[in-house]
Design a protein around this ligand. Sequence first.
Ligand code: AMP
Ligand code: TRP
Length: 345
Amino acid sequence: MKRELPVAGRQRAFSGIQPSGELHIGNYLGAVRNWVKMQDDYDLFICVVDLHAIIQPYDPSEMPELVFDMALTLMAAGIDPERATLFVQSDIPQHSELSWIFTTVTPIGDLERMTQYKEKSARLASVPAGLLAYPILQAADILLYLATVVPVGADQSQHVELTREIVRKWNARYGDYFPEPQALIGQAKRVLGLDGQAKMSKSLGNTIGLLESPEEIWEKLRPAYTDPARKTRKDPGNPFICNIFSLHQEFSSDEDIAWAQEGCQTAGIGCIDCKRRLGDNMIEELRPIRGRADELKANPERVQEALRQGADRCLGIAEQTMAEVKRRMGLDHVRSPSEAKVDAD
Ligand code: AMP
Ligand code: TRP
């Protein structure tokens, strides 16, 4: 089905997510839930960024399934391909092309200052250049579509700031063309993992997956870290330093939040009661997502069709952007394939 053109006046928003195999509640609360809400008010593009994912060693035979599963989970979480444009990065070759162009205006010092780069490179004996260039590809993702809004978790604001710097540098050389995009940080800025210490992240094994069963969710919540002051049930705690209470604020009603706060401060409830109520509320919110995922697993062609439709639309826009970029950079040597043929003859 041919999609309608975006309603005039809607801002274009772009975000990406790596096909890491699991969408967890940190991604959901920090980014995806926000994307779902934005679909009617923005011309929203959501990209499964497989070219970013290949910076880490991976098994090529698993990649297609990882990409498919991420797209499926996003649709289950509420991304509606009739309202948003869902696609896979490597389907659109212009992401890599624009990324190269931006490497020529990006200072290495800016890249070396990125927190994510510093953290990840410190753990590696040999650092691939792609890890350093990662934010340049991210800038290309956003700017290929001239997006002005980038809804992400707080950990990505530095990369969006660098995107703005790249815009200023490129525009200064080649004329005002790219807009400076703004990060839009979700309500849950930085969701901690079940260890209550580090950011929830698949690589740290401290996550709850969006499609996990009620039993699995409970198995993970039960031993989760709480305020260490609550050594026994009789010791009062401070809910404001407890990750379980933070999660209540995302998943629970105002009444349940007040109940958890008071119960913790007065030792009226035990941590296990607080976790059980949180678990029930979380399971309730995630239940329809699991249901939709099961439906899509039974009809995988719906996911494939969404990605095909997304790629079609993106390709049209990407070609226009690159034509203008190359024109401004003096790189449009051959204006059309038919002219090239004439020259060759
Ligand atoms: P990633 O899985 O790293 O590709 O992240 C996808 C999106 O989820 C990005 O917008 C991140 O900022 C966001 N995100 C990932 N982990 C968290 C977290 N623990 N808290 C909040 N947002 C997160
Ligand atoms: N770097 C982002 C992350 O790890 C993913 C991403 C890639 C992205 N390209 C993007 C986010 C463009 C926003 C816009 O979460």
